[in-house]
Design a protein around this ligand. Structure first.
Ligand code: CAO
Length: 415
């Protein structure tokens, strides 16, 4: 069976995390992704956080599956010519260099258009145009500047960053959508265009409910679903809400059996209004279903702390999985706090290809996260990340270079 992006060639000039997650997705959808790296060094993540000496790190392998790797020194005049040949042959150039790096290399938008007017040039940058446009940015900077950190954590503590890589992988996702959209528009216009996904914008997009809350706060001075209500105070900006649910259905993280020794023996519990009577039955507080202080969502709001304490008394008598099983029978929304160990061992995630075991020539077998987006006509087979420059000769031959020319370029350090 063919793949959704069969025939699309991506010149992958990405490094670290944000850009590589984008091009990995495109590769999983069938694009031919040619990763350009510097000879001898390559993507810096090949050597970051290594767990085996001299072997590509999991950081690199888990972000660069299904790609080919070529080495080109794009600052070498002859290397530049090779890059020009690739630009002429590819549909999309994806990059996430520091601002201005591509221009400094001599590959401005105008120059790229001269070489290939159909080329889509897609970039991740830390910030869009404005005061910080020239800044280099990593994950946590984006989380802080995009509104995630100020709204994450507990009221009495400092801002907190999340383990979800919403700045890097989140922006990679945004960029991938921009690229396929530009490819679609090109089928009509015949022209390439520039695609920009700024990490601050991507994080803010994922935090849009907090901008919603900022405006609610300014209008009413309070937000009843926040733990600060009714006894705490609200300031001018959206406060940190601990584990409160971001929506209209109050939720919290509650201890389960074993919490004293297992840091993940917890469950997220949502007191969804339509199943309130069932919740009361399950926890043995049947009288709350009709009691005026508890019967309606509005009446419950000032008592949420007590309500969750009572529910926790019940969840502490069950493991998180026992609680899940019982609560799901009654359609009560909840979710176990799963550790990475539990996720890695979960058979259903292996079955769907969300967790995949991959074999690597120097590393051996390791686990990775497969394609989280499943297309029924374009299934994903995850193949290992390339070794540095593994496909240089192959790609050079496809560009029309003879073995002698390849050797000559190698001898002057251009590839
Ligand atoms: N041949 C020759 N030179 C190459 C090359 C190649 N194949 N590939 C890259 N280079 C050069 C670049 O041209 C650049 O040179 P100049 O500084 O002289 O212009 C240089 O390598 C380094 O690029 P960089 O500035 O992007 O890399 P850095 O490690 O200093 O910064 C990062 C890394 C991520 C902070 C920066 O790239 C950035 O801000 N990117 C945009 C935001 C982003 O994606 N951040 C997410 C990173 S994941 O957490």
């Amino acid at each position: 069976m063919g793949k959704a992006l069969d025939g699309v060639r991506i010149l992958d000039f990405t490094h670290v995390q944000s850009g590589p997650t984008c091009t990995q997705l495109l590769a999983w959808f069938g694009a031919d992704v040619i990763k350009v790296e510097r000879a001898g060094a390559g993507d810096i993540t090949r050597e970051q956080l290594r767990d085996i000496p001299d072997v590509d790190s999991l950081y690199f392998t888990m972000l660069n599956h299904n790609k080919r790797s070529v080495t080109i020194d794009t600052k070498n005049p002859e290397g530049k010519l090779v890059l020009e040949a690739l630009i002429q042959k590819c549909d999309v150039l994806v990059e996430n260099f520091a601002p201005g790096a591509l221009d400094r290399m001599g590959f401005t938008w105008e120059r790229i258009q001269e070489l290939n007017p159909r080329m889509i040039v897609a970039s991740v940058k830390g910030f869009g145009p404005g005061p910080y446009e020239d800044c280099k940015v990593y994950e946590n900077v984006a989380q802080c500047a995009g509104g995630a950190a100020s709204t994450t954590g507990f009221d009495d503590g400092p801002p907190v960053v999340t383990g979800a890589q919403i700045g890097d992988s989140g922006t990679g996702l945004h960029l991938a959508l921009g690229i396929v959209t530009a490819l679609y528009q090109r089928t009509q216009s015949g022209r390439g265009q520039r695609v920009l996904a700024a990490m601050q914008d991507g994080v803010l997009n994922l935090c849009r409910v907090k901008l919603r809350d900022q405006q609610r706060l300014e209008r009413t001075g309070t937000m009843k679903e926040y733990p600060q209500y009714p006894n705490g105070t609200f300031g001018e900006a959206v406060p940190r809400a601990g584990n409160a649910s971001g929506g209209g259905q109050p939720g919290w993280i509650l201890k389960c059996k074993g919490w004293e020794t297992d840091p993940n023996a917890y469950i997220y519990f949502i007191t969804q209004a339509p199943v309130w009577a069932k919740i009361c039955n399950v926890i043995g507080k049947e009288e709350w279903a009709t009691h005026p202080d508890y019967a309606t969502p509005a009446a419950r709001l000032p008592h949420l702390k007590d309500i969750f304490a009572e529910i926790e008394r019940w969840t502490m008598t069950k493991t998180k999985f026992e609680a899940m099983q019982i609560l799901n029978k009654y359609d009560i929304p909840c979710g176990p706090i799963l550790s990475m160990k539990e996720i890695a061992e979960e058979p259903s995630l292996r079955k769907t290809g969300t967790i995949v075991e991959v074999d690597h020539p120097t590393r051996g077998k390791y686990l990775t996260v497969g394609n989280p987006i499943k297309l029924s006509d374009s299934p994903t087979e995850v193949t290992r990340s390339p070794l540095l420059g593994e496909h240089t000769d192959e790609v050079m031959a496809e560009l029309g270079y003879s073995p002698d020319q390849i050797n000559a370029l190698r001898s002057v350090g251009a590839i």
